[in-house]
Design a protein around this ligand. Structure first.
Ligand code: AGP
Length: 607
């Protein structure tokens, strides 16, 4: 998601802008830029890279000016290139705009302006805003009126902030549906995509509502209702606390907070969708395409990372419950594959951020094939959500830690709902699934109470350099996901494997220095997994078993983690939790930054 920052007041704007963009880095981005207005006009700096590289570039020659705006960009329209970085300006370099979201009617506006011989320099939708503003200003001769007229012409989900040398003491802002908050300071004012960067300067804020514009100087802030054109009476509110600390609550970091949100995550994903008494699954987001769904005879799920492993669980669920063939593909592979696709194929994109470039590219690849495109996305209004024909939001709330935890739980829950929805009730598992889904939050809460014991295990095993995770059927994707969590958080090498594959190679690695996490839950494959554990123990390999009944493993596994039982199809929603906790505590034991693992970003918007 893009980050927006703006300042007007007695100080040099550049300082607040660069500090503010740095605090918004958690949103992830691929390019950044800022513009500062002074008596000589506008000074613009943009680059593909980190905020720190722009700061370094300006170290020797700071931008002087007390009005300015800045932006960190997630590429949606146009690759991450300097010419596509914000702020964008018009051909005469009069108006400078930063933008978050999508201008859906940008092509119509662009065509109209090109017919007026306006030439565009970037590949973005954003550039139409300053260009249209310049066009309207030429007609109206008034900056504010031209700004409001321009905003009224835009369709889509956006927030916009604009500055111009024509009005060198004023910021102009507008929100359609993407957050913007104004900080009311003492003879200085601020604007940002969220309160975090503003908090250290002022706690008096105005959250712009949808369809509101703001005209902001150092000492005034006028809010206008865009459609009615009238002043909106908005009283600044006091933010009693630091929103980031509030977000964290009494948790030490976002990751453990988000792991503990798993029970609420399941409840939110089920809310309004799982009708236990009526034995009904209601997915409003799919009702739009209900007719088309009847003709689907093949499903491809495209995703990356943790979302890919959630998709693998979805594959088993949809095939077993709805009886439709499913193939899960890593989005980065799918987009290059040459394979038959037709109108009876459905592509489902699974993504927490809704901005992952590979998954976006996979959807764009099939745009011309006439296939139905669904989204299972967490970030509302994100690019993937807007590119699909229909979908089911995860409603997990914002996930800030780079390692995806509650999003995995939400995605699997939603995929279980989709499987039940597509089954139309024609599965012997229907009632049992509905009843069990309803009981899951309480069972997850019971698992979270195991954290102290899991912390001890992490201390015991975190010195190892290698780890194997094994599982069968529904536990196989969980083994893969558990291995990814350990890898990305603790940097310990970990591999997930189907238990049945042990004899085909992995067993050769096993010795006393190569522990195995075995997902040995009750079910028809329990005995097979027991055999795996025996094979491993015979080679001296240490084994931690995630199980329902420790008595069955007491003479075999070195350590066990007992979790509540559920039906096999929903075991991933329970088994994933101890693996998240184990990876978390291994990382802490090794002194890692659990929210910001090295080399990783929260959402990978570059291919
Ligand atoms: C998982 O912990 C990682 N953060 C990463 O693998 C992530 O799941 C992947 O990049 C996909 O992101 P998305 O769900 O936002 O598309």
């Amino acid at each position: 998601m893009c980050g927006i920052i703006g300042y007007v007041g007695p100080e040099q704007a550049q300082n607040f802008i660069l500090d503010g963009l740095a605090t918004l880095e958690y949103r992830g981005y691929d390019s950044t830029g800022l513009v500062v207005i002074n008596d000589d006009g506008a000074k613009l700096v943009r680059s593909v890279g980190r905020v720190s590289s722009v700061r370094d570039e300006l170290a020797g020659k700071p931008l002087i000016g007390k009005l300015g705006i800045g932006h960190t960009r997630w590429a949606t329209h146009g690759a991450p290139l300097e010419r596509n970085a914000h702020p964008h300006t018009d051909s005469d370099k009069q108006f400078y705009v930063v933008h978050n979201g999508i201008v859906e009617n940008f092509q119509d506006i662009k065509t109209m302006l090109e017919a007026q011989s306006v030439t565009f320099k970037s590949d973005t939708d954003t550039e139409v805003i300053p260009q249209l503003l310049a066009y309207n200003y030429k007609k109206l001769g008034d900056v504010k009126e031209a700004f409001l007229k321009t905003i009224r012409s835009l369709k889509g989900a956006y927030s916009v902030v604009m500055v111009t040398p024509l009005s060198p003491d004023t910021m102009y802002a507008a929100r359609l549906s993407s957050p913007l908050v104004i900080g009311i300071g003492d003879k200085e004012n601020f604007i940002a995509s969220d309160p975090t960067p503003i908090m250290e300067h002022t706690k008096k804020v105005i959250f712009l509502n949808d369809y509101e514009a703001a005209v902001i100087t150092a000492e005034s802030c006028e809010i206008i209702h865009i459609k009615k054109g009238k002043l909106a009476k908005r009283i600044p509110e006091e933010l009693e606390y630091d929103p980031e600390q509030a977000l964290l609550g009494d948790h030490p970091n976002f990751m453990i907070k988000e792991v503990y949100e798993a029970p609420q995550t399941v409840r939110s994903a089920l809310l309004g969708r799982l009708r236990v008494e009526q034995k009904l699954i209601k997915l409003g987001g799919l009702e739009l395409v209900e007719e088309q769904l009847r003709y689907i005879d093949r499903i491809i799920i495209v995703s990356c990372g943790t979302s890919f492993y959630a998709s693998l669980v979805g594959e088993y669920l949809i095939e077993e419950i709805a009886g439709i063939p499913v193939e899960v593909q890593q989005a980065s592979e799918f987009k290059y594959r040459v394979e038959p696709l037709n109108r009876s194929t459905m592509v489902i994109a699974v993504s927490q951020s809704g901005e992952t470039a590979d998954t976006l590219a996979a959807l764009e690849k099939v745009a011309g094939y006439g296939v139905l495109r669904l989204g299972v996305v967490n970030a509302v209004g994100s690019s993937i959500a807007r590119l699909t024909d229909a979908g089911v939001y995860c409603h997990a709330g914002s996930e800030q830690s780079v390692a995806s935890t509650k999003a995995f739980i939400a995605q699997v829950t939603v995929l279980a709902l989709i499987a039940l929805y597509l089954s139309d009730g024609n599965t012997p598992l229907y009632e049992e699934m509905i009843n069990e889904l309803d009981k899951l939050p309480a069972k997850i809460e019971a698992i979270l109470k195991l954290e102290p014991a899991i912390k001890k295990l992490a201390k015991k095993y975190s010195h190892h350099r290698d780890f194997l995770y094994i599982g069968r059927r529904y536990m196989y994707p969980v083994a893969l996901e558990g291995a990814l969590k350990l890898k990305e958080l603790s940097y310990i090498h970990a591999e997930g494997y189907a238990g049945g594959e042990m004899k085909h190679g992995p067993l050769a690695m096993i010795d006393e220095n190569f522990p195995t996490m075995a997902l040995a839950l009750d079910g028809e494959l329990f005995e097979k997994t027991m055999s795996n554990i025996q094979e491993i123990k015979a080679r001296g390999g240490p084994v931690i078993a995630i199980c329902n009944d420790p008595a069955k493993l007491k003479d075999l596994a070195d350590d066990v983690i007992k979790i509540p039982k559920t039906i096999e199809q929903l075991q991933p929603l329970l088994a994933a939790i101890p693996l998240q906790l184990f990876a978390y505590h291994c990382a802490l034991a090794l002194g890692r930054n659990v929210d910001r693992p090295r080399n990783l970003a929260k959402s990978v918007t570059v291919e």
